[in-house]
Design a protein around this ligand. Structure first.
Ligand code: FAQ
Length: 333
């Protein structure tokens, strides 16, 4: 009994001391966030902050990489060489965004292999939007206009995210996304101004199909957002899901008028008193179905990523063998 008591006392004391230390670390962390300072990888951070960042940044990286697939469908069928080169450059940019983001997530102590395994097993999410099919060339323009447009609206506030490596990655990504949005709008504008009636109808049809899924990109309503409040507190998110969605609708409603397309929402109208557009109900059951794996292309997208990973095994093996050989040579020299 006596011996046990002797054993227990220091441990209890240690736990107490540790927790006091943690309280102080937490206090300093909160003060840093309140002051609007950035958190760097070597700084102390609460475990929950680290985990939620790994979750969000890796999901974001997966979205960029899976997001290449719907566009890849049209590379060989682009209508002109100019449009083909633009599309190729855009898809290449998305791959680059994935790489910056995986690197940013790795600074939090997770490995690229772990993140990819989580994607391939279906454990990690990626944006719901990329589970919809790209049926016509007009979809390429509408993805630029609406999907990149929504991505920018969501991502510009992330350039001020409290986690510095994520914020830095977002600065470069946002610059490139803004070209993506403009090339999409330009492609649609050409079709609407100089195209045939069939081409204009194609733009309208693509707008009808992508409008509602684009609004879902901002995530569930604030009242159902699991991570929203905490992420705002920690300066990971700066603007809530609903507020970003509203900003996007307000901006896009005006762009649709310039383009000459109708957004497929009979309830969409300017509300003078609110200073915003009112809009119709979003089908959240569809959103959760797609997020849960039962969208039109979920299985196809995941299978394509797993196949690409498996097919690339020999490249990874060769790169590792080369690196080992180089290291051995350097040691010998
Ligand atoms: N899809 O509690 P919240 C792009 C999940 S990049 C799938 O509100 P949070 C570029 C959420 O993860 C597009 N899942 O979550 C491009 C959570 O589940 P969990 C990607 C979604 O994190 C363009 C649960 O629902 N952008 O487009 C979605 O506070 C063209 C509850 O939600 C980013 O990732 C969704 N739409 O807010 C590429 C931006 N929404 O994790 C190619 C960074 C929510 O607990 C072509 N991410 N969920 O299992 C964010 O800003 C946030 O993570 C949100 C969600 C806004 C996506």
């Amino acid at each position: 009994m006596y011996t046990q008591a002797m054993d227990l006392a220091p441990k209890e004391e240690q736990r107490h001391v540790r927790s006091l230390e943690e309280v102080e670390l937490m206090r300093r962390f909160d003060a840093k966030i309140d002051a609007g300072d950035y958190v760097e990888p070597k700084d102390w951070m609460p475990e929950h902050y680290r985990k939620t960042l790994v979750r969000q940044i890796s999901q974001h990286a997966h979205s960029e990489v899976v997001g290449m697939l719907p566009e890849g469908n049209w590379v060989t069928r682009a209508p002109t060489l100019k449009r083909k080169t633009i599309l190729l450059a855009k898809i290449q940019d998305e791959a680059g965004h994935g790489l910056y983001l995986y690197s940013a997530a790795e600074t939090l102590g997770t490995s690229r292999d772990e993140m990819q395994a989580a994607l391939h097993s279906g454990k990690a999410k990626y944006s719901s939007i990329f589970n919809y099919p790209t049926l016509t060339w007009a979809d390429m323009g509408v993805i630029g206009w609406l999907v990149d447009g929504a991505a920018i609206m969501n991502q510009v506030p992330l350039t001020r995210c409290s986690y510095a490596p994520y914020a830095r990655a977002m600065v470069r990504i946002c610059r490139e996304e803004s070209f993506h949005q403009r090339q999409g709008f330009d492609a649609l504008n050409v079709m609407m101004r100089e195209g045939t009636p069939e081409q204009r109808a194609m733009v309208q049809d693509a707008t009808n199909r992508w409008w509602w899924p684009s609004l879902m990109m901002f995530g569930p309503p604030d009242a159902e957002s699991v991570h929203g409040t905490q992420n705002m507190r920690w300066g990971i998110k700066r603007i809530s899901n609903d507020d970003l969605r509203q900003k996007f609708i307000d901006a896009t409603a005006e762009q649709a008028k310039v383009l000459g397309v109708t957004l497929p929402d009979p309830e969409l109208k300017w509300n003078e008193a609110r200073g915003h557009h009112d809009f119709g109900p979003i089908d959240w059951a569809e959103f959760w179905r797609v997020v849960g794996g039962d969208g039109p292309c979920n299985k196809e997208r995941l299978a394509a990523r797993v196949k690409a990973y498996d097919d690339g095994a020999w490249v990874r093996d060769a790169a590792l063998a080369y690196a080992r050989k180089q290291a051995t040579r350097q040691e010998a020299a």
